[in-house]
Design a protein around this ligand. Structure first.
Ligand code: ATP
Length: 318
């Protein structure tokens, strides 16, 4: 039995090396892998479903996530396509932009027929994003996996991580995302994504709109250093963030999600049965994990353990 199974991109992120111009360092990347690394930090059993190339980069990714205690049983290797690569650029303000080397990238070549559905049938939580839905065959594979998870009673969680440039058209992106929202129990969004999906400028109106149109039990709207707003059928509440010495925000949203899932598993309730008080407590843990992630460089390497999150929360403000 797995606590959290995630499906999606496992790619190599090349980040600029500080102080050496034009030098890049290779890191394991991809939101689902980051989320599972955070969940593993909460001592939960995880498994990633993805596809990498039968190349050196694929070997590297395998090793990196295995070292973090993330289950690799669902990761396929393909001889026909190379591991997907992304380069991260930092402008003078420290803002990030990406160049993706993904046409025929292995992550997109995940096929519905190649998934081991036993892994999904044995998951308490199934988590996914939208990057595995930008193109076929991974789009159908993602949908099939969500369907299987629902049929077997798993809690389904979704963090779209919208990257408009990866889609052929914005209209298609909105349509595909709207379709899967009908199958999701817990939805995590940034303010930008809320606007993208709902086309509403006002956050409260956008959240109400989503709650009335889709059957989600919980929506988490993350607000960077300002924490998050959590919504359930009982209402919504702002949960302030923690003030920390931020050095790199990579993976903050993924750490937030991973900690939320870890804490939800400890609570041992389905999302629809979580009370507002409990939801606020889960959001506090998630905010603390997100904040801690920003105090270190990188995605996977900066995911804290549950003990580190708890210590931080206990000692905060002293
Ligand atoms: P990313 O895509 O960069 O991983 P995101 O947009 O999905 O991030 P954010 O809202 O940036 O998500 O961050 C997620 C959570 O992490 C926030 O809700 C907050 O709890 C925490 N967090 C993020 N940035 C900071 C910060 N600078 N200081 C403290 N906490 C932060």
């Amino acid at each position: 039995l797995y606590d959290v199974v995630a499906l999606g991109e496992l790619i190599v992120d090349f980040t600029p090396v500080e102080g050496i111009s034009h030098a890049f360092q290779q890191n394991a990347g991809g939101a689902p892998a980051n989320v599972l690394a955070a969940v593993a930090g909460f001592h939960k059993r995880t498994c990633l479903i993805s596809m990498v190339g039968a190349d050196e980069f694929g070997d590297f990714l395998y090793r990196e996530i295995e070292n973090r205690g993330v289950g690799t049983l669902g990761i396929g290797r393909t001889e026909r396509f190379n591991t997907t690569l992304a380069f991260v650029h930092l402008d003078e303000q420290g803002e990030r932009s990406f160049t993706f080397y993904r046409k025929s990238g292995a992550d997109l070549m995940l096929n519905a027929s190649e998934i081991d559905y036993h892994i999904i049938k044995n998951a308490r939580i199934f988590h996914f994003g939208s990057i595995s839905m930008t193109d076929e065959p991974a789009r159908s594979a993602t949908r099939q996996a969500i369907q299987t998870a629902r049929e077997h009673g798993s809690i389904v969680t979704f963090d779209p991580n919208v990257r408009p440039r990866l889609w052929t058209s914005i209209r298609e992106a909105k349509q595909v995302i709207a379709d899967v929202l009908n199958m999701v129990d817990v939805l995590k969004l940034s303010a930008e994504e809320l606007m993208f999906i709902t086309e509403r400028d006002d956050m409260n109106v956008g959240l109400q709109d989503l709650m009335s149109r889709y059957p989600c039990s919980i929506i988490l709207l993350t607000l960077g250093s300002n924490g998050c707003i959590c919504c359930s059928r009982e209402g919504s509440q702002w949960v302030p963030g923690y003030s920390v010495r931020t050095v790199d925000t990579t993976g903050a949203g993924d750490g937030f999600v991973g900690a939320f899932l870890g804490a939800l598993l400890d609570l041992d309730k389905r999302p629809e049965n979580v009370t507002m008080d409990e939801l606020v407590q889960l959001a506090r843990v998630a905010n603390a994990c997100g904040a801690l992630v920003t105090t270190k460089h990188g995605g996977i390497p900066s995911m804290p353990s549950r003990e580190q999150v708890e210590d931080f929360m206990e000692n905060y403000g002293e």
